[in-house]
Design a protein. Sequence first.
Length: 163
Amino acid sequence: MAIAIRAGVLLGVLVTIWQFVMGFTGWYKDPVLMNVFFLVIVFEIVVLLWALQKTAPTSTYGAQVVNGLVFSLIASAVLFCSSLVFTTVAFPHYFEEMNAMQVKALQAQGLSEAAIQSQIAAAAAMQTPLMNALSGVIGTVVTALVVTCVAAIFWRKKTVAVV
């Protein structure tokens, strides 16, 4: 369990650092570079697999799933807080800047002003600090559970059936 907790904190810190790199470099304002943020998925998978491999010798399949869940909940708590700080304190105009970038990208695609405004309005409900942070939590937990359920098949304590 200690490894899952340390790995969850590690992931939370790594993603927080990456989030602030994206913010301070302004990459989140660029339609192409903003996609680099999704390296966080690779961070999560690598850290999670490392943690599961470390706990495998003493953990059954169910215990590995619990380890993955603990990992994701710890990481999510860190990420939830850092996301709120990012969008409310460090970059309070984050959502306005994202909208401006999206408008430019949609204009470049040749969409009409009405279509652009429709898409911006549709995204508005998710563009609050709370919804943004919750999206990160959901993404982290779901990704961790899917990866854990698959990885635990291979990395777990092997039990021998007695006949």
